[in-house]
Design a protein around this ligand. Structure first.
Ligand SMILES: Nc1ncnc2c1ncn2[C@@H]1O[C@H](COP(=O)(O)OP(=O)(O)OP(=O)(O)O)[C@@H](O)[C@H]1O
Length: 327
């Protein structure tokens, strides 16, 4: 069982927002749709939700063809960036709402609301109004509300996008733990690669309406399918014919074997426990960026003007430099 998206296309006028999307999102997992702004992530999520219809292709949810089903028949819960909670209802009432309109027995609603508030750590705020909560608490309330009706699938569109960095980080740890407890199939949209790498079981990288790669965070990070995925998932620099990560470059102050590239440190910047060096490498237009620990940099006595020798570390992930961007 899964969410099966087959041959989905979507255009707005002449603009192709999704171009033949085929992907299977496994049941019980937390999947991130990751990619740059305008790439089509939200459009795909809205098509899964039934808020938007595809021009062609099909969407199957847990074995049922949902292509033509309206949103309310798909048994999906949504949470968007800007929390949509009822402002005049208490936290508990907001969570109870979906159950009450389904005419569930009072006692059942009460038990369920208490359980959900416990799950999202809002039990002590049950009688507050949403305006008396912080942004992060309101997003947890929105999640509890979406979970109340026991959806087969939970769809989250940049759920923490409007919050500050620290709260976002807390909420993403919390979402991961919540998912480990409830295991509801969850698809969330993010343009933040760190968020996707930290939280998701599986990541679908979407760019310009197409899927660039699908894989676990480790697969994407260690075996990026192409230059785009590699660059999107973390910092990348150039060393001779390769693109690789700055911390995958080994630096020495003594001449190395043939093939090791030589250069001169042109800038050095300390950021927390790291030192970031820009090295002017002979025969290469752009400087190579090298990241090493402060202790290591100090031991080598590195400063601007020092000549160094660089090579990829053993087992470094690298892709060939493409002089012309691939289409
Ligand atoms: N209703 C619409 N009418 C016209 N164009 C649209 C419509 N909805 C989306 N688009 C366009 O389709 C493209 C994909 O949009 P979408 O919202 O799916 O991207 P996204 O990857 O989620 O980006 P973001 O992270 O910025 O939300 C964008 O270029 C957007 O302008």
């Amino acid at each position: 069982m899964n969410i099966l998206i087959a041959g989905v296309n979507k255009s707005y006028g002449d603009f192709v927002a999704l171009d033949n999307i085929n992907v299977s999102l496994p049941t019980g997992q937390l999947t991130a749709l990751l990619g740059p702004s305008g790439g089509g992530k939200s459009t795909l999520l809205r098509i899964i939700a039934g808020l938007e219809s595809a021009d062609s292709g099909s969407v199957e949810i847990e074995g049922i063809d949902a292509t033509k089903l309206p949103p309310q028949k798909r048994n999906v819960g949504f949470v968007f960036q800007h929390y949509a909670v009822f402002k005049h209802m208490t936290v508990a009432k907001n969570v109870a709402f979906g159950l009450e309109i389904r005419k569930r027995p009072k006692a059942e609603v009460k038990t369920k609301v208490a359980e959900l508030l416990e799950l999202v750590h809002l039990s002590q705020f049950a009688h507050r109004l949403p305006s008396q909560l912080s942004g992060g608490q309101r997003q947890r309330l929105a999640l509890a509300r979406a979970l109340a009706v026991e959806p087969n699938v939970l769809l989250l569109d940049e759920p923490f996008g409007a919050l500050d960095a620290k709260v976002r980080k807390e909420l993403r740890d919390w979402l991961r733990r919540l998912h480990d407890e409830v295991h509801v199939t969850t698809v969330f949209v993010t343009h933040d690669q760190e968020e996707a790498l930290e939280v998701a079981d599986e990541i679908v990288v979407i760019n310009e309406g197409r899927i660039e790669q699908v894989g676990t965070p480790d697969q994407l990070y260690d075996e990026p399918a192409n230059d785009f995925v590699m660059g999107f998932l973390g910092e990348v620099t150039r060393l001779g014919p390769f693109r690789l990560r700055p911390h995958d470059i080994e630096l020495s102050t003594t001449p190395g074997a043939p093939g090791v590239l030589s250069g001169v440190i042109e800038r050095s910047l300390r950021v927390g426990f790291e030192v970031r060096l820009a090295v002017d490498v002979e025969g290469q237009g752009e400087p190579a960026l090298v990241v090493l620990s402060r202790t290591h940099a100090r031991a080598l006595d590195l400063e601007v003007g020092t000549r160094v020798w660089l090579r990829p570390t053993a087992g470094a992930t690298s892709v060939p430099v493409l002089e012309v961007a691939s289409a």
